[in-house]
Ligand binder design. Structure first.
Ligand SMILES: Cc1cc2nc3c(=O)[nH]c(=O)nc-3n(C[C@H](O)[C@H](O)[C@H](O)COP(=O)(O)OP(=O)(O)OC[C@H]3O[C@@H](n4cnc5c(N)ncnc54)[C@H](O)[C@@H]3O)c2cc1C
Length: 288
């Protein structure tokens, strides 16, 4: 199917994009990589009269090392994030998760900001944002604000972005010594999206788990942290027994239904299995 007709605007700066958003309001949509928006428009689930292309704004795709944090511009493409030496060495979980997205065509076009703003409940990057404790920089008519990933994803395809705002930058804290991370994903064989995806970022100090964050995608209405798993692990000795006890709590706070993707019992099982796999690898990685 073809999308309904629209006017195309190529924004030359963030200010210009914001001005166009203010001018056209609900009739406008930002266009980044187009790999979620265009399919939705072709299906006529969305029919914006104005598309504001932010993919040509210089510097909005920059990736830089700020010391304590890595900064990734909203229009950095998945393939560039996955291949970035800064990302790979400083925040390896982000590189690993990004490399799991779709296929090379998707990764060559899709952007980090588009994926996070779209907030598909089966997308990979939101789980990474939660595990990494990332922050999202939003620019709007009244200035710039920073929102923690924990507060950003609010419901199905719904985020803290307000009308007239755009995501400009992702700020990712650099993990300290003794850290390890892993992403374990069961992809849908047709789409590549996650049936379940578990992102773990943890730190081991003196043989004990000093901090751990577990982000989950695919099995809930939105990406979420697995609080039961995190509390079972925090402060315990980094051991196989601790991992088993924590993985048993993967379903805490989640409710599963039988549907075309599997029974409730199957979903609970894969949640536990993928949490255990991710924890095992993250723990091994923390040992260097
Ligand atoms: C066949 C296929 C397979 C895929 N497989 C996967 C997969 O395995 N895992 C996965 O995670 N994703 C997958 N995707 C989605 C892909 O990663 C998309 O590229 C991504 O979700 C959206 O990024 P985009 O840059 O293309 O955004 P667009 O499609 O351009 O925009 C998506 C939405 O976000 C808004 N938006 C874009 N940028 C901003 C911004 N900076 N600020 C505010 N709003 C913004 C747009 O207005 C639009 O509503 C797949 C897509 C396809 C078509």
């Amino acid at each position: 199917m073809y999308p309904s007709s629209f006017d195309y605007h190529a924004a030359g700066s963030v200010q210009e994009a914001l001005a166009l958003l203010a001018q056209y309001g609900d009739d406008a949509k930002l266009l980044a990589g187009g790999h979620s928006l265009i399919p939705v428009m072709k299906l006529r689930f969305a029919a914006p009269a104005h598309l504001i292309d932010i993919g040509r704004i210089p510097a909005l795709s920059a990736i830089s090392d700020g010391g304590a944090n890595v900064h990734v511009g909203a229009t950095a493409r998945h393939a560039d994030v996955a291949a970035s030496p800064i990302v790979r060495t400083r925040v390896p979980l982000l590189a690993e998760v990004t490399a799991h997205i779709g296929d090379p065509l998707i990764r060559n076009m899709g952007t980090i900001g588009g994926s996070i703003a779209h907030a598909d409940p089966a997308a990979d990057l939101p789980a990474a944002m939660l595990a990494l404790g990332a922050s999202l920089v939003l620019a709007g008519p009244s200035g710039t604000r920073t929102v923690a990933a924990d507060d950003f994803f609010t419901d199905v395809f719904t985020t803290a972005l307000q009308p007239g705002e755009m995501l400009t930058e992702v700020v990712v804290p650099v993990p300290g010594a003794g850290s390890g991370a892993a992403y374990e994903k069961l992809p849908d064989p047709a789409s590549g999206y996650a049936i379940v995806g578990i992102a773990v970022q943890l730190q081991v100090r003196d043989g004990a788990i000093a901090s751990v964050r577990v982000g989950m995608t695919g099995l809930g209405p939105m990406p979420m942290r697995l609080a039961g798993v995190e509390s079972a692990l925090a402060g315990t000795a980094a051991s196989t027994a601790a991992i088993a006890a924590a993985a048993a709590r993967a379903g805490d706070g989640l409710s599963f239904d039988d549907d075309v993707r599997g029974s409730a019992a199957y979903k609970l099982n894969i949640a536990r299995v993928y949490v255990r796999r991710a924890l095992v690898r993250a723990m091994a990685a923390s040992a260097g």
